[in-house]
Design a protein around this ligand. Structure first.
Ligand SMILES: NC(=O)c1ccc[n+]([C@@H]2O[C@H](COP(=O)([O-])OP(=O)(O)OC[C@H]3O[C@@H](n4cnc5c(N)ncnc54)[C@H](O)[C@@H]3O)[C@@H](O)[C@H]2O)c1
Length: 338
């Protein structure tokens, strides 16, 4: 039987997800939820979605939905996800999965109670270049990774609307963009647990109550540490969104551009291993990555596999984000207890 999929939120990223879902055989796009009727109808018409609702509760009460993609502003992620999970509907929720870690914990618990699956759309785990580098790391080519640097920076650009209001977004560029860099570093490191975070954040480029300029250092329990920069409207970035550099005992690995540099100390030369991916990309936020992510979610639902990245990975990221804000506020290193 076809998997019956619904969408909560019909904005920018919901269209990317709908395109991805539409391309999968045996997935029917059955329902969409949005508080504004005009955008709801435009989205539903474009993707041929018959059932339309302004409240997720009404959709869930009507039933006949197997999975929902939650792509609303961050403050709606927890309530919509929990409502769906409690109705036995599988969820893929956008990043950041919640406004903060306590909300994320409630979402994980709701998933555990209901048995429905919870995936968090940390999309860079499905990117071909990130996966190429992960393979090299797993094969031991750069040895033990001792530190990483990573970027989640918008240069000469920043979002507007709800993204810049704390009550809707939870946080600014750190929660919005820093989380991509955090998750990509953690994935490439093999998902270690965070031990502590030190961060500085500020607001310099707009009149809003969230941050647009952030740096942090995360200490991981495997001994490695990650330096992360995030921001909006920055004058420069040393890498595009999710660019991550790995410094290993046997060499250097980078994604975006994607390559290895392996030193031969005896011969005093460095072998550069090219991945074959062109840099910069034509389209940085490549639809293919989202297609792969959607395929993985649909397959997880079909075979009953707990998705990774799921609630557990999303929650770790939220704990890091919360700790970074606390560190910046208190000017201290903040320990993360799990
Ligand atoms: N993984 C990625 O690459 C990526 C990219 C963009 C956005 N995102 C995430 O996706 C989510 C949505 O971002 P977006 O860029 O699509 O935003 P958007 O503003 O384009 O879309 C948000 C949608 O939610 C709806 N909405 C707003 N307020 C609402 C309310 N009170 N009740 C119900 N619906 C409401 C809007 O009408 C719109 O349909 C965010 O969490 C964002 O962080 C992820």
């Amino acid at each position: 039987m076809a998997l019956r999929m619904a969408f909560a939120g019909v904005g920018y990223i919901a269209r990317v997800h709908a395109k991805a879902a539409k391309a999968i055989e045996d997935v029917d796009l059955v329902a969409a939820v949005n508080h504004r009727n005009e955008t709801l109808d435009a989205f539903a018409d474009e993707f041929g979605i018959p059932r339309r609702y302004t409240r997720i509760e009404d959709m869930l009460a009507d039933g006949d939905v197997d999975a929902v993609i939650v792509s609303t502003p961050n403050y709606l992620h927890a309530p919509q996800t929990i409502a769906a999970l409690e109705a036995g509907v599988h969820v893929m929720v956008e990043k950041p999965m919640a406004m903060n870690a306590p909300e994320a914990e409630e979402m994980v618990e709701a998933g555990e109670r209901s048995g429905a699956l919870l995936m968090v759309a940390h999309c860079w785990r499905f990117d071909r270049e990130v996966l190429w580098l992960k393979e090299q790391v797993d094969a031991g080519r750069i040895g033990r990774i001792v530190r990483t640097t990573g970027y989640g920076v918008h240069v000469h650009w920043g979002p507007g609307g709800w993204f810049t209001e704390k009550r809707f977004a939870g946080g600014g560029s750190l929660a919005d963009m820093g989380i991509h860099a955090i998750d990509t570093a953690r994935f490439l490191l093999g998902d270690p647990e965070p031990v502590s975070v030190y961060a500085r954040v500020g607001t310099y480029f707009g009149d809003y109550d969230v941050d647009d300029t952030d740096v942090m250092i995360i200490q991981w329990d495997n001994g490695a540490f990650s330096y992360i920069e995030s921001g909006w409207w920055q004058p420069h970035s040393d890498g595009p969104e999710a660019a991550t550099r790995l410094f290993g005992t046997e060499g250097y690995g980078s994604v975006l551009p994607t390559l290895l540099e392996l030193p031969n100390r005896k011969e005093k030369r460095v072998e550069v291993v090219e991945s074959g991916f062109r840099f910069p990309r034509e389209d940085h936020g490549d639809q293919r990555m989202y297609d792969e992510q959607m395929r993985y979610f649909v397959e997880s639902v079909r075979i009953g596999r707990k998705p990774v990245p799921g609630g557990d990975e999303g929650l770790v990221n939220m704990r890091i984000v919360d700790a970074a804000y606390e560190s910046a506020r208190t000017n201290r290193v903040v320990e993360i207890k799990t």
